[in-house]
Design a protein around this ligand. Structure first.
Ligand code: FES
Length: 108
């Protein structure tokens, strides 16, 4: 069973499960601010479920590449949309600030 570490908690899930579904079922804070109430419900179009993923998940989908390709996201940030990811192993996740979770810390 893969282990997901996120927001100071660890949970286990089934291989191949949808990352967004697993986080929401565990009441983990996938969305920031008003995005908790207003989002695309996993269609891959709003971009608010973006997280940094360390570990194995499914390859990016076409809709994910499209949504991460325009502001406020930038492709070079290497974020993933949780709603488009199938879990393929242990994961360490980070959610950044901003409505879309797009505000990565400045590099010093
Ligand atoms: S929930 Fe909207 S892009 Fe993932």
């Amino acid at each position: 069973m893969p282990k997901i570490t996120f927001a100071g908690q660890s949970i286990e899930c089934e291989l191949g499960e949808n990352l967004r579904r697993v986080l929401l079922d565990a009441n983990l804070p996938l969305y920031n601010g008003i995005a908790q109430k207003i989002h695309c419900r996993g269609l891959g179009t709003c971009g608010t479920c973006a997280v940094q993923v360390e570990g194995e998940v499914s390859p990016t989908t076409a809709v994910e590449r499209w949504r991460l390709g325009f502001p406020p996201h930038r492709q070079k940030q290497n974020l993933r949309l949780a709603c488009q990811c199938k879990i393929q192993g242990d994961l360490q996740l980070t959610k950044f600030d901003g409505l879309w979770g797009h505000r990565l810390p400045e590099k010093s």
